[in-house]
Design a protein around this ligand. Structure first.
Ligand SMILES: [Ca+2]
Ligand SMILES: [Ca+2]
Length: 112
């Protein structure tokens, strides 16, 4: 399998390993979301000792406001987070010697 395929399979697997714990097998309840945040992000990053924080995350994930997070909602937010991370690494790299700066003309233009 390619890296990308493995990554996609991994995402699906992670989502389902939490979503099937209670209620609907294919959606995350607030409790399942909290467990996922704790186990995947760690207490510090997820700040989920604060119940208001979990509520906030739940609200921002639950786009259709049905009280649960389905895989589509999860993926949308994951994509946004990944893009935010990408921006961070790109900005970070441009400051340093390595990375895009030197090879900018040849290698680092957006490849489509
Ligand atoms: Ca569930
Ligand atoms: Ca929803």
């Amino acid at each position: 399998m390619s890296n990308l395929l493995e990554l996609m399979a991994g995402l699906i697997q992670v989502f389902h390993s939490y979503s099937e714990k209670e209620g609907n097998k294919y959606t995350l309840t607030k409790g399942e979301l909290k467990t996922m945040m704790q186990e995947q992000l760690g207490d510090e990053l997820s700040q989920c000792n604060d119940p208001a924080e979990v509520d906030k995350v739940m609200k921002s994930l639950d786009l259709n406001e049905d009280g649960e997070v389905d895989f589509q909602e999860f993926m949308l937010v994951f994509a946004l987070l990944t893009m935010a991370c990408h921006e961070f690494f790109r900005d970070h790299k441009e400051g340093g010697k390595e990375g895009c700066k030197e090879g900018r003309k040849e290698g680092c233009k957006e490849q489509k």
